[in-house]
Design a protein around this ligand. Sequence first.
Ligand code: ZN
Length: 94
Amino acid sequence: MSLMRRIMLSCEEATQLASRKEEEALGMAKTMHLHLHLAVCKPCMRFYRQSALLSGVAKKQVDRALGRKVPLHRMSDEEKVKLQKLIHNRIQKI
Ligand SMILES: [Zn+2]
């Protein structure tokens, strides 16, 4: 097995670890391998972020169902300006 193959995960391995990360601690070595792959692979980074987002939403739903208080996220003025600029830029490209 080549050194590169031992260091770099495949996309399948990376997405499996990204999914497992939402359910359990991966440990330092697996976390490093995952983040090394994510640093060079945009599709897997996108999957990782979306997986984390969905997991966060699911956890909030469970907390609400169990009657736990979940703070509402309110956008800061800075976030609002960033979002306005992003929308404006996207509209300009249409
Ligand atoms: Zn990948």
